[in-house]
Design a protein around this ligand. Structure first.
Ligand code: PBE
Length: 281
């Protein structure tokens, strides 16, 4: 473990400290934003939380790392930033960000009345960390020149046994409409477009995917304006949305295990805990 020596601290404090006392965040409706506001309060941090988006946050992270500056972001795993950069979660002795959780697929409550096989497909839909990591890696590599669905098809070619195990047997969707909503978060985009590719190519559905802010997406699914959301983090991060919509949403179970949120910094920063963000003047 790193020992924060006073000498090291004094020598490096001015140049190595943060340019601004800012935590680079994402969309205001994200669970991690509420948790970070709570952390600022409970740890008594002299930091402001900036709302941006996942891609903007990653761009700021890349820039800080290129300049070897200090930066703190609202981070989560699974996410491709951990494959691209050397990063660490800051310890959270007060436990504000919760423990590991799972990513669930949620649907409008009456989904089994008209799309029972698609509900079954999503109950089976599950990726381990290597499978999701490969998919996010392909997206990052090809997103500038290819559609997400076509990138997902590349993943399908290499993972036939994985996704065929999710398919209801001998089923034809006959072109029926399936509406998927997603938020602009790397893991959710990856899973959403993989589902779109499989439902289209293997089960003959017509899939419409729509991006929205987290609050809008939960409302759309709960009210029946959309069918599925594949990136619900439970039991903690999206708990308030699940409570708010109660019986209007059903949980089709997890599609990924061992997800985590927290404050994340580049590994070269000589701090290990959220408490180390408290600078003694
Ligand atoms: N996230 C990614 C979401 C859940 C998925 C961690 C940014 C959130 O904080 O709401």
């Amino acid at each position: 473990m790193f020992v924060f020596s006073l000498a090291a601290c004094e020598e490096s404090s001015e140049e190595d400290w943060f340019r601004d006392q800012v935590i680079v965040g994402i969309e205001p409706g994200a669970g991690i934003m509420a948790a970070t506001e709570q952390a600022i309060e409970e740890y008594n941090l002299d930091f402001r939380l900036d709302a941006t988006s996942d891609p903007v946050m990653v761009a700021e992270l890349a820039e800080a790392i290129a300049n070897e500056e200090w930066i703190v972001i609202t981070g989560w795993e699974p996410h491709y930033k951990f494959a691209d950069f050397d990063l660490k979660f800051l310890e959270d002795p007060l436990g504000i960000f919760g423990d590991v959780e799972n990513i669930h697929t949620v649907a409008r409550a009456d989904i089994r009345d008209d799309l029972p096989e698609v509900a079954t497909f999503f109950e089976n839909f599950y990726l381990n960390s290597e499978e999701l990591g490969d998919l996010m890696g392909l997206i990052e590599e090809h997103r500038s020149e290819m559609d997400y669905v076509d990138i997902a098809r590349m993943w399908m070619e290499d993972n036939v046994e994985v996704y065929t195990a999710w398919l209801p047997e001998n089923h034809d969707g006959n072109g029926a409409l399936v509406r998927l909503d997603y938020v602009n978060w790397a893991e959710g985009i990856a899973m959403n477009y993989l589902a779109e590719a499989i439902l289209t190519d293997e089960l003959n559905y017509t899939v419409v995917s729509t991006e929205g802010d987290p609050g809008v997406v939960f409302t759309a699914v709960a009210s029946g304006d959309s069918d599925f959301f594949i990136d619900a983090w439970l039991p903690v991060t999206h708990e308030s949305y699940m409570e708010q919509y109660g019986d209007d949403l059903i949980d089709l179970g997890y599609n990924f295990e061992g997800a985590r949120i927290g404050l994340v910094v580049p590994s070269y920063m000589p701090i290990d805990s959220i408490e180390d963000l408290l600078r003694e003047e």
